[in-house]
Design a protein around this ligand. Structure first.
Ligand SMILES: Nc1ncnc2c1ncn2[C@@H]1O[C@H](COP(=O)(O)OP(=O)(O)OP(=O)(O)O)[C@@H](O)[C@H]1O
Ligand SMILES: [Mg+2]
Length: 520
């Protein structure tokens, strides 16, 4: 007894302080990829990201650096982890506050070490504690990636192949993280499902869900020998959306386009943002939401949490079941949308429309609620066709309620992957045969990478009639806003709160706001 107490000191060790959200480093955009060499903290003080150019592979590498464990430490760590796993299902306690969980893990770790007769020097104890916290609270090997503010997407295409990430500044990068064992990968995918509150199995092999922090998860579950096993992608919920001015600096659109959309939104026109997969539809939607008048009542509806609106008067809701088939206790997009109109919002934002809910959306528009949404389609013609044919099947009369379609696209410019607002089209009229007459005030020209503006907007005419404004007045207003947005961009006003603040001020005191930026 005496011997045991003397041998094992662990109970006297002070718990390590772990920071899962260390300060965001100040990274610079570096054009020449071969010059990139940055290192920053992910989980302090234990893990780091090291991004550098690998001259042999001729590509960028994202290396997660974690504490090195020697053979003995690895054995101890595995013993503790499997003993701990038997003791408690962490996925049910994960809701608890993080510090409480860390204390809990620490206590269990110490008890188990004593029970198993594991003696550890303080340094080993600290390192193993890190791995326990990472695996039980977080997401194992991928946890540092999820903690990285700059990581947007995490993609794993099976075993024995490196995980890739999309970095906010340096874009697609291969990591040094790899699942080598298909059981481990299956377990990990199960863990993802569990944290999404869903279930994945051989009979139900596709997961589409969101993590408690709002990150979107897609995963497949298979052991088909021809494939590399389960796969997953995590699209992180970037809490601060891109602002209108940031989209200008990304050359996604022009100040004119934004000023135009601002006017459309203020005067409650109905907008649809379309484009292919991952073309930046949701990002644009979130950016133009900044233009909604500050006092307006906004309701948003989504399958998975992506939108983040910088406003107080906002009622977000999430669909509990994304399959569209309603079971007891579940709420789908269709039902949510119907009930949202009863809350009498000024603006209704629907993350993405696909099916019969689109009909409800158009009815809502027809009864005077302004609507903003996205849809998967790569041209105006496709949009119209999709809206006219089953399962949506809108009548030409109802279709005429739609005012404007913004088309997003992927584009390679100077060998760089970019997103462009390719075209803004106004729906002028849809005749009784369903043929659409459109007007295109804005177009991006791939040849010179410029955005062209054709001055006559049919929607401006519509607004001037509906609101009793003179067209010249509206055009002058448009010009002022172009200058204001351009000034914001020039003055590097990119931050979420700052941009929203100026827009709100402009609504209240336009002249004063313009003067502040040296306009007028
Ligand atoms: N203007 C942009 N410039 C550069 N990258 C962008 C831009 N807009 C979006 N992205 C990136 O593209 C990815 C997809 O963006 P987003 O979710 O907005 O696209 P989406 O068209 O809504 O996709 P989905 O088809 O999945 O709904 C994100 O990782 C985002 O960081
Ligand atoms: Mg989207």
């Amino acid at each position: 007894m005496l011997q045991k107490e003397k041998r094992i000191n662990i109970q006297n060790y002070q718990r390590v302080e772990i920071k899962f959200t260390p300060k965001i480093p100040h990274l610079k955009k570096i054009k020449d990829k071969s010059k990139i060499n940055v290192r920053y903290s992910l989980i302090s003080p234990f893990s780091f990201a090291h991004i550098y150019w690998d001259p042999k592979e001729y590509e960028l590498v994202y290396e997660v650096e974690e504490p090195y464990l020697n053979e003995k430490e690895i054995i101890y760590k595995n013993q503790i982890i499997s003993a701990m796993r038997d003791m408690i299902n962490f996925d049910t306690v994960i809701e608890k506050n993080q510090e409480t969980l860390l204390d809990y893990i620490d206590k269990r770790f110490k008890i188990l070490a004593i029970e198993l007769g594991i003696d550890l020097p303080y340094e080993s104890y600290q390192k193993i504690f890190y791995y326990l916290a990472r695996d039980f609270i977080g997401f194992n090997e991928t946890d540092p990636l999820l903690r990285d503010y700059f990581v947007e997407d995490i993609e794993c295409n099976g075993i024995n192949t490196p995980i890739y990430i999309v970095h906010r500044l340096y874009r697609n990068i291969k990591t040094n993280i790899k699942f080598k064992n298909s059981n481990k990968l299956s377990n990990f995918v199960e863990k993802l499902a569990q944290r999404c509150g869903k279930y994945i199995s051989y009979s139900n092999p596709i997961l589409d869900g969101s993590l408690p922090d709002g990150s979107r998860v897609n995963a497949t579950y298979t052991k088909d020998i021809t494939s590399r096993g389960p796969t997953f992608t995590i699209r992180k919920f970037t809490k601060t959306p891109w602002t209108p001015t940031q989209l200008i600096s990304l050359k996604t659109l022009s100040a004119e386009m934004l000023a135009y959309l601002w006017i459309l939104i203020q005067y409650k026109m109905n907008l649809l943002i379309t484009g292919g997969t991952s073309s930046g539809k949701t990002t644009l939607l979130n950016a133009i939401v900044f233009f909604i008048p500050p006092e307006a009542r906004v309701v948003s509806i989504e399958d998975t949490r992506e939108l983040n609106l910088p406003r107080e008067n906002w009622l977000p809701s999430i669909v509990r079941n994304a399959t569209g088939i309603e079971k007891a206790g579940e709420v789908n997009l269709f039902t949510l949308l119907k009930s949202s109109f009863r809350q009498n919002p000024d603006y209704v934002i629907v993350g993405e429309v696909r099916g019969k809910e689109t009909y409800v959306l158009f009815q809502g528009m027809a009864s005077g609620h302004s609507s903003l949404s996205t849809m998967h389609a790569d041209s105006v013609d496709t949009v119209i066709k999709r809206l006219e044919t089953p399962p949506i099947e809108l009548s030409p009369t109802l279709l005429n309620i739609l005012d404007c379609v913004c088309i997003m696209t992927h584009a390679i410019v100077n060998k760089q992957e970019t997103r462009k607002l390719k075209e803004i089209a106004e729906i002028v009229n849809i005749n009784s045969n369903g043929i659409a007459l459109t007007n295109t005030p804005f177009k991006w020209n791939p040849r010179d990478d410029q955005f062209y503006f054709k001055k006559n907007s049919k929607i401006f005419e519509k607004i001037s009639q509906r609101y009793g404004l003179r067209l010249e007045e509206l055009e002058l207003e448009f010009k002022k806003r172009v200058r204001l947005i351009y000034a914001l961009y020039k003055n590097k006003i990119f931050k979420f709160e700052e941009v929203q603040d100026v827009i709100n001020q402009y609504y209240k005191k336009p002249e004063q706001t313009l003067r502040k930026f040296g306009i007028m």
